[in-house]
Design a protein around this ligand. Structure first.
Ligand code: LLP
Length: 383
């Protein structure tokens, strides 16, 4: 397919850069979110003509201003815990559709969700075997494991051998018997194979597989083909081709036209909208390496430590200076894994320089901790 033109990151714009430098003078570490980018990503999702509902997977970033902006664009919301459900219910208009898609949740968690307008997803026999009365007369979504997983790292694959998600297809008949016994209707089928997928064909395959299962079930009205839409992180990596995704989805929908098509992206909507600002604390040469120390690390952004994720790092105070140093960019946490970026070509840095860690809008703040009792990064919205 044709390669979409990659928009220059919003934070490279000289006006935004000046705003970011001023924000970093006030306080670091600090997350900054650019709402126009969130809206642009939402519109790219909504331009997929074959998709009937886009649910934002709020686990990626639960900032209320982001939830409100996405609700205003007409998105629905996917939650995985009572806490996420409460945050969404307290923030978005009560017309926005909600999905509750937990994994190994308590009976009480389902009971809480059943008392809201959320559509509930089940992915095991246990809930109907043991708590069937709670679900009597309800419509549910069934999450299945299609037998394979994929994604940017083995820890973000959510299907196939060794994955705890989804009902194995061999148990489908047992699930349907339990549903029947409790007058539960399977109205939707769901699969989500993993996170950080850049091949548009993937979602067409999932739709086709779910559709053929749906033909066996009869009561299914919609197919939720998951999220997982990737954003390129390394320089030169091609973005997900949305025009091709549109063609793929129109194609499979024409083959199985009886179902609504739902998706639930998280990262795609918010990753590029967020940056993490930090300041240089110290530099050090040790052995053959040079370390650039900043005032936060895996406590604010754990993705490089956990998944070897690559985030672009720039010295915002010296964006146009020649990149003459080779640095290991590290935080202040007492762990050797506290590395934000390895072997980065950057300008020679000084104490106090503002360092920007890009693409931190998804799975950044929400996965942060107060390890070592460090001060949490705060969050600022740019609109
Ligand atoms: N739907 C389900 C059922 C999911 O489990 C997830 C993510 C999503 C949707 C949204 O996936 P996304 O579109 O954001 O890829 N912390 C990892 C990602 C873990 C995602 C877990 N599930 C990371 O930072 O890469």
């Amino acid at each position: 397919g044709e390669m979409a033109e990659q928009a220059a990151a919003w934070w490279r714009d000289p006006t935004e850069r000046a705003r970011l430098l001023a924000l970093a003078q006030e306080a670091t570490p600090r997350y900054v979110y650019h709402l126009p980018t969130v809206r642009a990503q939402a519109r790219a999702m909504l331009s997929l003509g074959a998709v009937d509902h886009v649910h934002y997977a709020v686990k990626a970033n639960t900032h209320p201003a982001i939830l409100r902006a996405l609700a205003a664009e007409g998105l629905a919301f996917e939650c995985v815990s009572p806490g996420e459900l409460r945050a969404v219910l307290a923030t978005v208009p009560d017309t926005a559709p909600l999905l509750f898609t937990p994994n190994f949740a308590r009976h009480a968690d389902y009971a809480e969700a059943l008392a809201t307008r959320a559509t509930i997803t089940l992915d095991a026999l246990h809930p109907l075997e043991h708590w069937g009365e709670s679900f009597r007369g309800r419509e549910v979504v069934l999450r299945v494991d299609l037998g394979r997983g994929l994604g940017h790292h083995e820890k973000v694959r959510t299907g196939g051998n060794g994955s705890k998600f989804g009902l194995p297809i061999e148990q489908l008949d047992a699930f349907l018997r339990l549903a029947d016994a409790h007058q539960v209707t399977v109205r939707g089928l769901h699969a989500h194979l993993g996170s950080g997928v850049l091949d548009p064909k993937h979602w067409g395959e999932v739709y086709a597989q779910l559709a053929s299962l749906a033909e066996r079930i009869g009561s299914v009205a919609f197919l939720n083909i998951g999220g997982g839409l990737g954003v390129p992180s390394h320089p030169g990596e091609a973005p997900l081709d949305m025009a091709e995704l549109d063609r793929v989805l129109r194609g499979v929908k024409a083959a199985y036209p009886h179902y609504q098509l739902w998706m639930e992206p998280g990262r795609y909507l918010v990753a590029d909208a967020g940056v993490l600002l930090a300041r240089v604390t110290q530099t050090k040469g040790k052995g053959s390496l040079r370390y650039l120390g900043v005032d936060t690390g895996m406590d604010s952004l754990i993705r490089p430590t956990l998944y070897d994720a690559w985030h672009e790092i720039v010295n915002l105070s010296r964006l146009d200076a020649p990149a003459q140093a080779l640095y290991q960019v590290v935080g202040p946490i007492c762990e050797s894994g506290d590395v934000l970026g390895t072997d980065r070509r950057l300008p020679e840095a000084q104490e106090g320089d503002v360092i920007l860690i890009a693409q931190a809008g998804a799975y950044g703040k929400v996965m942060s901790s107060r390890y070592n009792l460090r001060e949490e990064a705060d969050e600022v919205i740019l609109d």
